[in-house]
Design a protein around this ligand. Sequence first.
Ligand code: FAQ
Length: 313
Amino acid sequence: MTDVKNLEELFQAKVDGELKIEPKDWMPDGYRKNLVRQISQHAHSEVVGMLPEGNWITRAPNLRRKAILLAKIQDEAGHGLYLYSAVETLGTTREKTVDDLLGGKAKYSSIFNYPTLTWADIGAVGWLVDGAAIMNQVMLCRTSYGPYARAMVRICKEESFHQRQGYEIMSVLSKGTPEQREMAQDALNRWWWPSLMMFGPSDANSPHSAQSMKWKIKRQSNDELRQTFIDRTVQQAEVIGLKVPDPKLKWNESTQHYDSGEIDWTEFNNVVAGNGPCNKERLAARNKAHDDGAWVREAAMAYAAKKAKRKAA
Ligand code: FAQ
């Protein structure tokens, strides 16, 4: 008992001293479980997140836009792979992690359960969804678990390009015909509130935050990150002449932040519980892709087995 207490103290001292925790280091069970939970949800989000944008590959307005969109979606697949590898370093298998998603047991970000109805939604996803993702993920580059922190460094570089390409789409549309401008405003209206929900429940209702901050898995709270996102994004909307759909939005001179309206937490809870506009469609699409890809996994395993046999002979 005393031994575990000592180990926990040593572990916390290491975290407090900003040393990274590596896969073979001793760590409390709760730390391991919390990381498996967060990193696997993050990996699933990257992979399910390809679906709303994938919907527009064949309908991108020109070849240049199509090439950019394809590259961006491929990046998201890569992020999923780095993160599934990071989860494996914690002692769980990729198969189990993926099965949890396919069986509807695992969570992924609420945002990907909304539909992409027009081309402007592709702009809004890049600008707002990738924008919110970076806001949250920059702090994760300094997370205490080494493999997660290292994966996040590369991911953030790519997300930054994604955010800019989305903002550029919105900027071009907002300078276009009245119909294009209206399309951009409509996309902002529909994606604004769900993007704010990406940061998770308010601090008072976030069960994991306190412990995650103590272990330096998270370094800023859900509400702090959400506020920084609002402050930056409102100004970006002004630059391209779009209006953020929140009548309560107002600059507060004393706090030096924007005050904003209340998030509809009932909608958030419904989406997280599986009842959002596209939850069933997303899971069905992931399951179909997994089944369709069975032959690739079988071929890869057969090749690996053959190679191992040849090496042993
Ligand atoms: N959706 O106590 P907290 C991307 C759950 S990647 C669904 O505050 P925590 C790139 C939470 O899991 C986007 N569930 O939890 C891209 C927990 O449930 P549990 C994803 C949510 O972990 C762009 C419960 O509520 N990014 O967008 C959500 O301390 C474009 C209580 O919450 C990451 O995953 C939500 N929005 O803080 C890809 C970043 N929020 O497990 C394609 C890493 C909360 O107890 C296209 N993750 N929940 O059943 C994190 O930073 C954290 O996990 C938070 C939540 C901040 C998401």
